[in-house]
Design a protein around this ligand. Structure first.
Ligand code: SF4
Length: 403
């Protein structure tokens, strides 16, 4: 989501007459868009700030950095301008303030009602942030504290206009994202389903991809929409653990039985849909027995890919002081990856001999609605749709010819 925010800020600056440079050397002010989701991300922010300060640039730090991180950046590098969370909506104002020698420190949610993104430079797909904030309380997560504990949705008419603008600018796939996208519209009296219903009525040859959705938000209406050809047949539904004990410690709002039933409902309705997930390994309380439950559950689910993460405590999260087992994390990640690698191959094999539509990402590769990439021998035109016939599938590749 930070990529969307960065591009959006770039456009806000350009629209208000601020010259946006591509290199640090050509700039007088550096805007570092931070991510505090992992401690590694925070280290990266410090590295970029250090680099900019070393080149005598004024620095504005935006994004989901913690107040503690801001204090560290102030002390270590003398940074004095910060736009916390949605205050990134005031980026152009902040740049002007800093250019005139003043510092700014703002925290609000102005960005969701500002003009949207009309293109994403360097991307085949257009990204739209439709919602900010999360009302859940996962014990390992600091995102609600950084991006807001209430849902702030972009009004439905504005999202429809954003999509039309992206389509007008040539994008054929629009990815809608947010902190808790399933909660979209709850603050404004409508739902993600209603938004998607509006979007698929827009004329043209395009598709909408839902970036990630919580399993508790998957209702029958949304599931039925997955059959529509304008909605990508792909859902990313975070699992995090296949142990009910760990899910409860994580304060995830579901158990494995609920999760399994929802996935079954999705697959019954759309049998060839691609379902991906995230799993955290080594969470406090996860011993070998609990991990085996996760490995077993992952084996039982029709996942076609899995992003495994090693648990790391984040300052400010409820689980920060809880004991956890770090030594087993790498091995557990390997186990999960091996399980899903086989599932991925079996999944893609069902497409052998089938005709599908791909969006060209470069001269030789396109991406299906089902999210897996396809290699093609011909010179494709980036950003265009092609109908292709899949003729070979192996562990590392799916090959096709243009029909
Ligand atoms: S659902 Fe949980 S993990 Fe996701 S942003 Fe909200 S609190 Fe964090």
């Amino acid at each position: 989501m930070n990529q969307v925010d960065t591009e959006w800020m770039r456009q806000q600056c350009q629209k208000s007459g601020v010259a946006v440079m591509d290199t640090l050397d050509d700039s007088t002010i550096a805007v570092v868009n931070s991510c505090a989701v992992t401690s590694r991300a925070e280290t990266d922010v410090a590295r970029w700030v250090k680099k900019a300060v070393a080149k005598n640039k004024s620095v504005i730090v935006t994004g989901c950095l913690t107040k503690e991180c801001a204090v560290r950046l102030k002390e270590s590098f003398g940074v004095s301008s910060f736009l916390f969370g949605g205050a990134r909506g005031k980026i152009a104002y902040a740049v002007r303030q800093v250019a005139s020698g003043k510092s700014v420190e703002l925290a609000d949610d102005t960005d969701m009602k500002a003009p949207g993104i009309s293109f994403m430079s360097g991307k085949t797909r257009g990204f739209l942030k439709i919602e900010e904030g999360c009302t859940h309380r996962c014990s390992y997560c600091i995102i609600p504290a950084l991006r807001g504990r209430k849902i702030v949705s972009r009004p439905i008419d504005m999202v429809v206009d954003d999509v039309k603008t992206l389509l007008y600018n040539g994008y054929k796939e629009i990815v809608i994202s947010g902190t808790d996208i399933g909660a979209y519209g709850k603050d404004l009296g409508y739902s993600l389903y209603e938004l998607l219903r509006r979007l698929i009525l827009i004329e043209g040859d395009f598709r909408i991809r839902i970036s990630s959705i919580g399993v508790i938000d998957l209702n029958d209406n949304l599931i039925s929409l997955m059959e529509n050809e304008k909605i990508c047949r792909h859902l990313h539904i975070s699992l995090q653990s296949g142990s009910d004990k760990i899910l409860s410690l994580m304060r995830r709002p579901y158990n494995t039985a609920f999760y399994g039933k929802k996935i079954e409902a999705v697959v019954n309705r759309v049998p060839d849909i691609a379902i991906g997930t995230d799993v955290i390994v080594g969470f406090p309380g996860e011993d070998e027995d609990e991990f085996k439950k996760t490995a077993g559950f992952v084996s039982d689910m029709p996942f076609v890919y899995l992003h495994p993460f090693s648990y790391s405590p984040r300052i400010g999260a409820e689980s920060y002081c809880w004991q956890y087992e770090k030594s087993a994390q790498k091995r557990r990640i390997k186990v999960l990856k091996a399980i899903v690698k086989k599932k991925n191959l079996i999944y893609r094999r069902q497409f052998l001999g089938r005709q599908v539509k791909v969006l060209a990402e470069n001269e030789k590769q396109g991406r299906t609605s089902y999210y897996f990439p396809v290699s093609l021998p011909h010179g494709l035109k980036r950003g265009f749709f092609y109908d292709v016939l899949i003729h070979n599938v192996d562990y590392d590749n799916t090959q096709a010819d243009i029909v």
